[in-house]
Design a protein around this ligand. Structure first.
Ligand SMILES: CC(C)(COP(=O)(O)OP(=O)(O)OC[C@H]1O[C@@H](n2cnc3c(N)ncnc32)[C@H](O)[C@@H]1OP(=O)(O)O)[C@@H](O)C(=O)NCCC(=O)NCCS
Length: 165
């Protein structure tokens, strides 16, 4: 049995340790981290999953960003502990988080990741959306939460400034 609930302040360092375990060393050098510096995650969207012993099995966070000046959700990091991978937990966290974003009025979500994995959730390459370098453009993916939300949207992805949903 896995329990999923919103991430609280007490979860922060445990989630960081899970991300350290699941990602290659130096993950914070990735360009997506430049967009997170000094910005809080979107309240209520980040989730933690714990097993029956209370051990952290998975986590997902979302940050707000601007794309060509328009607001978007940046999905990630998302990770599932190796002992729980392949059980559908990653899919559950992604779908719950994305739906919670839609419920809160977000119209588009993006991420930097493996297209073959994220295609199953409807994510597709975003042409003309530029992450801070160095980022492989083939890994810049988006999903519209409202019809046409990515249509014609191009430009640089920049750090959020402003009011949060
Ligand atoms: C990616 C990750 C979050 C998926 O979580 P999970 O709970 O194992 O995923 P699910 O059980 O929902 O789905 C597993 C499926 O995804 C596939 N998959 C996992 N990573 C993949 C990848 N990088 N590319 C393509 N497919 C991938 C598995 O092969 C499996 O396929 P199947 O459904 O055909 O058997 C998890 O493997 C993880 O934490 N990996 C390390 C960190 C990471 O890479 N995070 C994503 C950043 S882009």
């Amino acid at each position: 049995m896995i329990e999923v609930r919103p991430e609280g302040p007490e979860d922060w360092w445990e989630v960081e340790a899970l991300f350290d375990l699941c990602f290659a060393p130096g993950r914070e050098a990735l360009s997506s981290y430049r967009l997170r510096e000094g910005v809080d995650p979107v309240p209520g969207l980040s989730l933690v999953a714990r097993d029956e012993q209370g051990i952290l099995a998975g986590a997902i966070r979302f940050w707000p960003v601007l794309v060509g000046g328009a607001e978007a959700l940046l999905l990630g990091p998302v990770a599932v502990h190796p002992t729980h991978q392949g059980e559908g937990l990653g899919a559950f966290l992604i779908q719950e988080g994305v739906e919670a974003g839609r419920d809160r009025g977000w119209t588009r979500v993006m991420l930097v990741g493996d297209a073959p994995y994220y295609a199953r959730y409807g994510f597709a390459r975003l042409d003309g959306v530029e992450m801070p370098p160095p980022t492989n453009p083939d890994r810049v993916l988006g999903l519209a939460l409202q019809d046409g939300a990515w249509d014609g949207l191009r430009g640089a992805v920049t750090r959020w400034s402003g009011e949060m949903h």
